[in-house]
Design a protein around this ligand. Structure first.
Ligand SMILES: CCCCCCCCCC(=O)SCCNC(=O)CCNC(=O)[C@H](O)C(C)(C)COP(=O)(O)OP(=O)(O)OC[C@H]1O[C@@H](n2cnc3c(N)ncnc32)[C@H](O)[C@@H]1OP(=O)(O)O
Length: 252
């Protein structure tokens, strides 16, 4: 990662240094060269998106169940007036950016280059609804986190059903996000999963994460995946996260 960052940085430096080149070009040729380079840069895909996009807002691929549940939790996110007293929200929606690190606890202090290189792969699929459609809400006291997840056709494992690795990805993402809300940036140290019932492709399920305990740098979380009415248990898991210093990711 450090090498990649270095390469990007050097690339940016060489582009930025164009105006300073001690070439023997005529000034107008130099301006032309810079214009061509800038135009080419604009047409080439940038190494990262210039603007963060929140992927946890409704889009056209969301089915009725996903929308209803979203409305249900989202309506509890706003402050309510009960009598004369102002009630705090019960849930908070967590925005989900493809640039994830900036929004993690402490991430705002990282350099912009590191922030913009950090991408959660579940948010890198361009076609809406094709893979991981989800939104996360965290409870006011942060003991619980709930995720509404709609599994798209690219996640097929057993015919017509969601791949176990994709389910594990979602469990890791939900419990990991929950742990980092509770703590600092974390990494998964241990993840135990019991698959109880297959999840039909295209269906919407609830992924609920609960804090078991924190012990120093360790955060222990349990998780279950159920049908939206809670009647079917699809998957159960426990996870251990360990809070890390960001230098751990840079080989420090
Ligand atoms: C907004 C952002 C949202 C992000 C959501 C997405 C989440 C996705 C998360 C991931 O997928 S992370 C990628 C998969 N995980 C890894 O690659 C982690 C690889 N492992 C490591 O880097 C290190 O082993 C680890 C950071 C987990 C721990 O190393 P440390 O050197 O920091 O800690 P140490 O080994 O001293 O252990 C600290 C404590 O944890 C305990 N521990 C560590 N690994 C354990 C383990 N596997 N099982 C049980 N206990 C474990 C260890 O015994 C000790 O307990 P005590 O404090 O009680 O002595």
């Amino acid at each position: 990662m450090a090498r990649t960052l270095c390469r990007i940085f050097k690339g940016c430096q060489s582009i930025c240094s164009l105006p300073l080149m001690k070439t023997r070009l005529h000034p107008s040729a130099s301006v032309l060269l810079r214009t061509v380079c800038v135009r080419r840069m604009l047409t080439l895909p940038l190494p990262f998106s210039p603007k963060a996009r929140d992927f946890s807002l409704p889009n056209s691929s969301w089915g009725a169940e996903m929308r209803q549940l979203y409305e249900h939790y989202n309506s509890q996110c706003e402050e309510e007036m009960k009598g004369e007293e102002k009630q705090d929200w019960a849930w908070k929606r967590l925005p989900s950016y493809n640039r994830s690190l900036k929004y993690a606890t402490g991430g705002v202090y990282l350099s912009k280059i590191i922030q913009s290189k950090a991408r959660l792969f579940t948010r890198n699929i361009k076609e809406p609804g094709a893979a991981f459609e989800y939104v996360l809400f965290v409870s006011k006291d942060e003991q619980k986190c709930v995720c509404i997840f709609q599994a798209g056709h690219l996640l097929e494992g057993p015919p017509g059903h969601v791949h176990g690795g994709a389910i594990a990805t979602m469990i890791d993402t939900v419990t990991g996000t929950h742990a980092s809300v509770l703590s600092a940036p974390v990494m998964t140290a241990n993840l135990n999963i019991n698959y109880r019932r297959p999840i039909p492709l295209g269906s919407t399920v609830l992924i609920e994460s609960s804090l078991n305990k924190t012990e120093g740098r360790k955060v222990l979380i349990s998780c279950k995946v159920t049908s939206t009415d809670g009647s079917k248990l699809h998957t159960e898991a426990t996870a251990l996260f360990v809070a890390i210093n960001v230098s751990h990711l840079l080989g420090g």
